[in-house]
Design a binder for this molecule. Structure first.
Ligand code: ZN
Length: 169
């Protein structure tokens, strides 16, 4: 049975670790992911493994299907809809943000009651390894691109509050 995990809060040193790539996809990892997904169901659109205590490059994202900001999703050259790919679980991402810079108000399960406008690139492209071991090329915009950037920051020990007032590259 999946269980809801405790979410580490800002100040915990694990949130500042550079996460290591996942090298083995085994039952233990999949059980941990199931627990992460159960935890995310309590509220939120994305959760990275370090937020629940493990400094590994594992993320689960679940954007509501009624989100209208994500108008472009392309996987391996094929157009997709949110419903095709949610929930989106992946390991070992390599992303490049691009496109116009935009502000969006972000929050984080590890920083309760703080919501701040953060400026990021509005699109990303990157490669992601799925939990069946296959890799995909993904390009997207909107809330999905925003959430992916936020979660990939977690894998580098970066919190969204570090980016207040920053201009993206
Ligand atoms: Zn977060």
């Amino acid at each position: 049975m999946s269980q809801v995990l405790d979410i580490l809060q800002v100040g915990d040193p694990i949130l500042r670790k550079i996460c290591v790539p996942v090298t083995t996809i085994d039952d233990e990892l999949l059980n941990f992911l199931a627990d992460m997904k159960e935890t995310l169901k309590q509220g939120g659109i994305g959760l990275a493994a370090p937020q629940v205590g493990r400094a590994i490059q594992l993320v689960t994202i679940d954007i509501p299907l009624d989100d209208i900001s994500t108008t472009y999703i392309c996987i391996n050259g094929e157009r997709k809809r949110l419903a095709d790919i949610m929930p989106f679980d992946f390991i070992n991402p390599e992303i490049t943000p691009y496109g116009p810079k935009a502000y969006f108000t972000e929050g984080c399960l590890s920083i309760q009651d703080v919501y701040e406008r953060i400026r990021r690139r509005s699109k990303i492209r990157g490669t992601f390894t799925l939990l069946d071991g296959t890799s995909i090329n993904l390009e997207c915009n909107g809330l999905l691109a925003r959430c992916i950037q936020h979660e990939c920051d977690h894998l580098k020990g970066i919190l969204f509050t570090d980016r207040i007032g920053q201009d993206p590259d």
